[in-house]
Design a binder for this molecule. Structure first.
Ligand SMILES: [Cu+2]
Length: 137
């Protein structure tokens, strides 16, 4: 009798633990909204936690196309001098056509202290100021 009651309590605790773990797993993706207006991002710096997964939702209010690329200096250089016309397949890289909203999800490295960038590499846009920093801390 007592054993059955203890077993029921233990089973209940295991269920509660599983539900808490499940709800925490669902909350690990943070959404960051960024608006592009007059060829500028409305954020200049974003702080993320090591290993954090962020869903970036990019709102392009301009009548021209833009893009949103997350990566280190090497990735940014590839895109600045590269020829990829559009993005969307790789995490952290998305094209944002004129007056639309697009999103991309990126999981950051687990090592704290890293510095990445977000940027637009359509011709002349980076030089015009379409970039910002991402600090992992
Ligand atoms: Cu742009």
């Amino acid at each position: 009798m007592v054993r059955a009651r203890v077993a029921a309590i233990v089973a209940g605790l295991v269920l509660v633990g599983a539900l808490v773990a499940w709800s925490n797993a669902g909350s690990t993706v943070r959404t960051v909204d960024i608006t592009i207006h007059f060829s500028h991002f409305d954020a200049s710096s974003i702080a993320v936690a090591p290993g954090e997964t962020v869903r970036f939702v990019i709102h392009n209010e301009d009548p021209i196309d833009h893009e949103f690329i997350v990566g280190d200096r090497y990735v940014q250089l590839i895109h600045e001098f590269g020829t990829e016309p559009s993005h969307g397949a790789k995490p952290g890289e998305v094209s944002v056509p004129a007056e639309t909203t697009a999103e991309t999800t990126y999981t950051f490295p687990t090592t704290p202290g890293g510095h990445l960038q977000f940027a637009c590499h359509l011709p002349g846009h980076y030089a015009y100021g379409m970039h910002g920093s991402i600090v992992i801390r």
